[in-house]
Design a protein around this ligand. Sequence first.
Ligand code: C5P
Length: 221
Amino acid sequence: SQRVCIAIDGPAGAGKSTVAKLVAHRLGLLYIDTGAMYRAVTLKALRRGVDLNDAAALTELARATNIQLIPGVRQTVLLDGEDVTEAIRSPEVTRCVSVVAGVAGVREILVDRQRQMAGETDVIMDGRDIGTVVLPHATAKFFLTASAEERARRRAKEMAEKGYTVDITGLIKEIQERDYRDSHRKVSPLVPAADAVILDSSGMTVDEVVNRIISWLEKNQ
Ligand code: C5P
């Protein structure tokens, strides 16, 4: 029988992970956060002082890295066995991740692993290229977006809760820069798949977005 795989793509801070986790819980799917995988490779590169312009070195690093995503409320991320769940969300990793994610060799390795995970169980996967590259035959594809201002406000709230001091203007700029890099890179740029359902979550609550997705799935499966 065909596995269920639901793709949720969209820009930084659109609420993909929050929404995907809730949909996963309601539908009994495994949630896979592909951004966490790019973040884990980035953290390792920063720690080792790997030159972020050295595509070959980054590709080798990705190949030699073990990343485990442990399902559950906390969504623990293990980097070569070490718990890096918090560390991969640091401002430094966030600033550098889209550079590492722009390396074709790194993407090839991580995309392979993502496809393998989706082959093993029913999943909902969030990222930037899930509907376009990783799972082009996904059961359903959603492209979740929101204005840069709204996304910056949400990120600021999240970061403040974790104890980081945030400057909202700086955050908007950072989000716009990351969007730009993600949308304009040569390999797998952030674009909605032709058959994706586009959802603008500006002004919507998380529950409204989750319900919209679930009712779409009920109507269209
Ligand atoms: O989703 P999150 O913001 O944690 O992703 C971090 C970064 O990883 C993104 O800005 C993007 O550069 C990269 N990414 C990607 N492809 C994915 C998931 C994330 O390029 N499927």
